[in-house]
Design a protein around this ligand. Sequence first.
Ligand code: NAG
Ligand code: NAG
Ligand code: NAG
Length: 473
Amino acid sequence: MEESTNHLIHRLLWRKRPLGMWWLLVSLLFLGFIMARPRNSQPYCFTNDTDRYHQFATKTPYNYSRGHFSSLDLVPDGCVAVQAWHLIRHGTRYPDKDDTEHFVLELPGMQTSVLKAHEKGQGELCEGDLSLLSGWSLGIINTSWASILAPEGELEMEGLASRYKVALPSLFDQQFSNDSFKFRHTASQRTKASATAYSKGLFDDASIYIPPALDPDPLLKFYDMCEKYKVEVEDNPAARREGHLFWEGPEVGKVSCCMMRVAFTRRGSQHNLPLGVFAFTPHDLQVLEYYYDLEEYYTAGFGHNINTAMACPPLQDVYQHFSNAVWRGQGPRGIFYFTHSKAVISVMSRLGLYRDRAPLTHRHMNPRRLWRTSQHGSFATNLAFTLSICNQNRWWVSVATSEQMAALEGCEGPRGCSWEEFTQLLSGSQHCDLDVICAVTPSGSGSPAEGKGWEGMPMQILLSILLASDMFL
Ligand SMILES: *[C@@H]1O[C@H](CO)[C@@H](O)[C@H](O)[C@H]1NC(C)=O
Ligand SMILES: *[C@@H]1O[C@H](CO)[C@@H](O)[C@H](O)[C@H]1NC(C)=O
Ligand SMILES: *[C@@H]1O[C@H](CO)[C@@H](O)[C@H](O)[C@H]1NC(C)=O
């Protein structure tokens, strides 16, 4: 294979983070444009689809995953809210720099190829999709926006905060002060801008004082300070074996079976490289969604013990704040933390949320699984604990994930926990020493990559990886 392609494949496969997923969003534009369905089957027509599939794993916009805060759910009858603690993933962001560069480099050429192929009678595009495709342009993407919070993300944060405020007027209906409200975000534009947009929704003021980020941050980015996690999961390809096997398996194979070969000249190369293009039907998207669910399950969820073991700092923090309020009547009214998907997902997992009876594997794409990152790992996904004082000096903690009430293992109520249950539930998080939890044991960990090498992968799959990660992202 020619050098530039080799280089690209190498870079894609070996970059540390999971393959990007932006193609899922951009594929909204492309869905159905690019047709190569087998003859005699009715081609999928995106334009005519009135119920489009919006479950893009961790790249799902918040509107498709959220519920709606309700006062009575958060604060039972006869109780008064005292303190709120809210852990939030940043809102919808633009693609990162790599992905954006690939969009700019590849997508326009791909658009031309598909249109040309269509003229030659290859593939099947319905009229509506054809005109969508010819009218499409990349004008909206700019490298200087890489990874920054998108306007949609700002609206998500503002909306989230304003609904929380409407549900908790006694707590939030007042002016900002440093003592009453605590904001913290990680060292990145998207979490900082999320904090600002949230404050706009809460106080109608986007200029409140938000302290500078800590870097590194042991509370909001504990996973960056955990050597054991790095060695056993992040830098260990074997930890993501199920995802790799699924990617190589028949389901994903079918997604790319419908590729058609279009002569396509890659920029900067003298050779013509046959590249396939494919159409994503809703079923295709479910298959790809499952692949990304597997990835998250093994890098942030129940797939490996260290994922949940290291996620104690935020739970230690909420317990300390709440007990300060319960025992000493002290502390702010609201604590708001802005972080990333890995932090929110691993904390939810540590609480036992969205745990299926059987582990997720490449063998069975269970359509009724609880683990769905399109739901609990979407942009702006969040975990809200609200502490209330009730009759007879009893305390209550309600639990909501993305504005839907959640039942926790160990708590009887469908919407939260008594103080005693809450204390019991979080007792294991009170001894949260990352130095101990994250110490690397010399043997039995960090086994080198096993499993099939990428060399054995069929050409077609390699091409679809290229397409999926480069072109559509
Ligand atoms: C899409 O809808 C248009 C207008 O209703 C119809 O003429 C066309 O046949 C439909 N195309 C497909 C592929 O379903
Ligand atoms: C979500 O949906 C609502 C109504 O369906 C819409 O007004 C809003 O702009 C959408 N986006 C956000 C970020 O709320
Ligand atoms: C909050 O604290 C910061 C830093 O100490 C200070 O600059 C700011 O004026 C304070 N804001 C309010 C509303 O007290």
